[in-house]
Ligand binder design. Structure first.
Ligand SMILES: Nc1ncnc2c1ncn2[C@@H]1O[C@H](COP(=O)(O)OP(=O)(O)O)[C@@H](O)[C@H]1O
Ligand code: SF4
Ligand SMILES: [Mg+2]
Length: 374
């Protein structure tokens, strides 16, 4: 968990975060490889945005770029990230210790490593609560007990002097989230924070995150490879593939009216409620390796709708409905073929067919499985 920035004031628009043209690159063998490509994103205060995509699609990199915690070898080469009045990428690392009263905090994919093993849980939580804020130690302690209690740590008041190893794995996960929320950040970056928990514990923790964030108008980026979890928690969803935005829109609209074949394939492979097994096998083929995305649409080798135009046309997000954007340049054609609604069962597989998406040719193939990467 970490926190960056200088004091954040929200703009009149209520935007907690504004990202424009963010490009993150890695140097490999003397060449520059794009890990995130020209990403734009607005996040309102109090909003919970889901970020989904297969492993390697750039979800963690996006969070780390926002938190100014990119690993060595990765650099935010261009673009801007603004939190209120603060130019996040413009802050020099030397200024990072000047913690803002309400900045950005991140819960990492593996929260177990985020706790300091030689510092008490109470000490870590009160330190986070006080960072950048005028608060007495006693106030911070009371705040810490309250948040730990709410996050399900029983008898929190009597456990403040315990060390992380004295808690169970599930409790440590809750403690990490508590520490992140103790400072009431403007933006919480939650990178698969609950993936190691069982389903019911996970659901409880998600409810708590939702509750606490709503109280403090914290904007959340919630990363998961599991669309089902994201659709429960998040009002909007961003779908990433090979470091690029594929689709962005209300989570309900993406579930039933997806305008991108990749999103539709992700959703079609969700387990059905009745059977708990995927309706369709995972999307055939592999995402491209780092730096191997083909020109044009990176999903092309796996997309059954691809045509020659998809090879070269620039990837641009465009609005297809209010607040709903897609990068699929053939989205209108595909939508028209489907009759402009979801009755073809593309997203749900509700017709019992094995076809992921109807291409109008009557075939039932989900996607071209032959291409792994270009
Ligand atoms: N330090 C690094 N140097 C070079 N490439 C990296 C580094 N960290 C991550 N990558 C690459 O960036 C891509 C995106 O990774 P990541 O953001 O971790 O994806 P996700 O979180 O969606 O699984 C991956 O292909 C990964 O191999
Ligand atoms: S139809 Fe073309 S642009 Fe749309 S997802 Fe398939 S390959 Fe990409
Ligand atoms: Mg990740």
């Amino acid at each position: 968990m970490s926190m960056t920035g200088s004091p954040v004031t929200m703009t009149g628009s209520g935007l907690a975060l504004q990202i424009r043209g963010l490009r993150v690159t890695a140097r490999r063998g003397g060449r520059s490889i794009q890990i995130l490509r020209d990403l734009d994103l607005d996040l309102r205060s109090g909003e919970i945005l889901g970020v989904v995509g297969e492993s390697g699609s750039g979800k963690s990199t996006l969070c780390r770029a926002i938190a100014r915690l990119l690993p060595g070898g990765l650099v935010a080469e261009s673009g801007t990230i603004r939190m209120g009045d603060v130019d996040v990428l413009g802050i020099r690392p030397g200024q990072l210790h000047r913690m803002p009263s309400r900045g950005v905090r991140m819960v990492f994919q593996n929260p177990m490593t985020a706790l300091n093993p030689v510092m008490t849980v109470g000490g870590q939580c009160t330190e986070a609560a006080r960072a950048g804020r005028r608060m007495t130690r006693a106030e911070a302690l009371a705040r810490s007990v309250e948040i730990l209690q709410r996050m399900g740590i029983k008898n929190a008041a009597s456990r403040m002097n315990d060390y992380p190893h004295e808690f169970s794995g599930g409790q440590r996960q809750r403690i990490v989230v508590s520490i992140a929320l103790a400072g009431e950040p403007a933006v919480l970056l939650a990178d698969e924070p609950t993936s190691a928990l069982d389903v019911s514990t996970q659901a409880g923790l998600l409810d708590l995150i939702r509750e606490v964030c709503a109280e403090h108008h914290t904007a959340v980026i919630f990363v998961s490879h599991n669309y089902a979890v994201v659709s429960q928690l998040c009002s909007r969803v961003l779908v990433l593939y090979a470091g690029q935005a594929m689709e962005l829109g209300p989570s309900a609209a993406l579930l039933t009216q997806s305008r991108h074949p990749y999103t539709a394939a992700l959703i079609a492979s969700l387990p059905s409620v009745e059977t708990r097994v995927p309706r369709l096998p995972a999307i055939p083929g592999q995402p491209p390796g780092v730096g191997e995305a083909p020109g044009g649409c990176p999903f092309r080798p796996r997309c059954r709708y691809a045509d020659d135009g998809c090879r070269s046309a620039p990837m641009v997000m465009r609005e297809v409905a209010p607040g709903h954007q897609t990068s699929c340049m053939r989205a209108d054609v595909i939508w028209a073929r489907r009759g402009g609604d979801d009755s073809t069962g593309q997203a749900h597989g509700g017709d019992g067919s094995t076809g992921q998406a109807h291409g109008g040719d009557g075939s039932t193939g989900q996607a071209h499985g032959g291409g792994s990467s270009a």
